[in-house]
Write a protein that binds this ligand. Structure first.
Ligand code: ATP
Length: 314
């Protein structure tokens, strides 16, 4: 289980950041224009045929399963991200990456990081992916600390549209968190990393995913979970991310609390309600409240939240 991880430091983002728009003391940063948030990426006309087509340029980051590189297609000069999974993964992780590859093959959405191909070679399984030049939301939070509400609402809108697409495909993401939300050059946020995902067709939820962003019904199914298939869990995680963007820190534990397993489980499952900062606008607090409803039966659905005034028309 991943728990709350050390934030990896990366090159600071160079997102074009507009003047601060909110009442709080934020670092200036840019809200991508409406069109850049809603436009889709152009389809790639030159897919990668073999891994030899790609030359590695730099390391973009490391995950629990492997390393992600910035690469360039030798002939077309097009840039890609290449995720190379470690060859010594245990059987459970190998199964997980096979599920991930299977899911990625089915996905085609401008709200989800595109996978152009999955290759298996001596060093393991490799995913050729759309390059998200601005890194992850996790990196953006490190650089910006807090986001103004209009930025958060645009971001929530895109993630919800991605979740709507996944639900239509009967896919539960299972690990929505800042490091799995990537940003491209246009400032578009997309959902990535399907290592904890599953296609809903019965069966139990695995234990993959990051505890800090897991919903009460996943952490303590006996108390909160009977009958849940998983889509509501992605909505909960979105609520945690949205609140984190607003506060600039992981929101479900108190400042100074050790983010250990016991503190997390208690903050997610013990109390009946999540405390939402009253300083936000009524739209913001209302939206977060619908995402962080502890009882998944009462929690907002993706469709309902897409119509919520906080994200509507973004
Ligand atoms: N398509 C991409 N484009 C640009 N950078 C990427 C891309 N995919 C991943 N990265 C970078 O590489 C880092 C590692 O990604 P990876 O998916 O391996 O792990 P993670 O999601 O951060 O962690 P874990 O898999 O352990 O939960 C990310 O945090 C991100 O900064």
């Amino acid at each position: 289980m991943t728990l709350v991880r050390e934030r990896r430091h990366q090159e600071p983002l160079t997102l074009s950041i507009p003047p601060p728009l909110c009442h709080r003391n934020t670092i200036a940063f840019s809200i991508p224009s409406q069109s850049s948030f809603s436009s889709s990426s152009s389809p790639d006309s030159s897919p990668v045929e073999t891994l030899n087509d790609l030359e590695k340029l730099a390391v973009l980051g490391h995950g629990s399963g492997g390393t992600v590189y910035k690469t360039r297609h030798r002939r077309t000069k097009r840039l890609y991200a290449l995720k190379v999974l470690r060859s010594n993964l245990n059987t459970a992780m190998m199964r997980t990456t096979a599920v991930e590859a299977n899911i990625l093959k089915r996905i085609e959405s401008s709200f989800i990081v595109k996978c152009y191909g999955v290759f298996v070679n001596s060093s393991g399984r490799c995913f050729v992916m759309e390059l998200m030049e601005k890194g992850s939301l996790h990196d953006a939070l490190l650089a910006q600390q807090v986001f103004p509400e209009p930025m958060i609402s645009a971001l929530a809108n895109r993630i919800l549209q991605g979740l709507r697409y996944l639900q239509e495909m009967r896919i539960v993401h299972g690990d929505i968190k800042p490091s799995n939300l990537l940003i491209n050059e246009k400032g578009e946020v997309k959902i990535a990393d399907f290592g904890a995902s599953r296609i809903v067709a019965g069966g139990e939820y695995g234990s993959n995913g990051t505890c800090a962003y897991m919903s009460p019904e996943r952490v303590d199914p006996e108390k909160w979970g009977f009958g849940e298939v998983g889509f509501a869990g992605d909505v909960w995680s979105l609520g945690v991310v949205v609140l984190e963007c607003y506060l600039g820190r992981y929101p479900l534990t108190k400042v100074g609390d050790k983010p250990d397993w016991a503190a997390l489980v208690c903050s997610i499952c013990c109390s009946e309600k999540v405390e939402i900062p009253v300083s936000g606008s009524p739209e913001f607090t209302g939206f977060v409240g619908r995402c962080l409803e502890k009882d998944w039966r009462k929690r907002g659905t993706v469709e309902e939240l897409l119509r919520h005034p906080f994200v509507m028309n973004r």
